[in-house]
Design a protein. Structure first.
Length: 151
């Protein structure tokens, strides 16, 4: 069974949260779709280590803050008859960071959580972006110390 991870990169610009999404290459799975960072966990890795590696491989970025989103991306895959429960991570990217795309992507955009449904077609990905946005912008919510991964 393949083990997967999701990473939701974001930056803070003038108090607003912007999420980084990527156009998948026509030569890769999910061709032509806007997506977040995703990938497979190698046997020697933890889920969070795979998330950091995938972020670095696909964008060249190192996050200023990396934390566990307190939820998972769940979906059913009919081809394998499997239900996936995918750990999800948020990665705060410095505002001035330069993005170096790998061959899995052809473009990127910074979007708001309100624009997520326009770009991301998978409902769970939309939900997770909105959850991260709420945690970062709601006065009652906050990133709990237990979620932060020291890198």
């Amino acid at each position: 069974m393949k083990k997967l991870i999701d990473v939701y990169p974001y930056r803070l610009v003038e108090g607003k949260v912007q999420f980084l999404v990527f156009m998948r290459s026509s030569r890769k799975i999910y061709a032509g779709q806007w997506r977040m960072i995703g990938g497979k966990i190698k046997p020697e890795e933890t889920s969070w280590q795979a998330g950091l590696r995938e972020l670095r491989e696909e964008t060249g970025l190192k996050p200023a803050k990396f934390w566990t989103i307190p939820s998972v991306n769940q979906f059913y895959e009919h081809k394998t008859d499997m239900i996936h429960a995918i750990p999800a991570f948020a990665a705060q990217i410095p505002e001035s960071a330069q993005i170096d795309l790998d061959d899995e992507h052809t473009d990127f955009k910074w979007i708001s959580a309100n624009d997520a449904a326009e770009y991301l077609k998978w409902p769970e990905q939309q939900r997770l972006i909105k959850l991260v946005d709420e945690i970062l912008t709601n006065d009652i919510q906050e990133i709990l110390p237990e979620w932060i991964i020291e890198i």
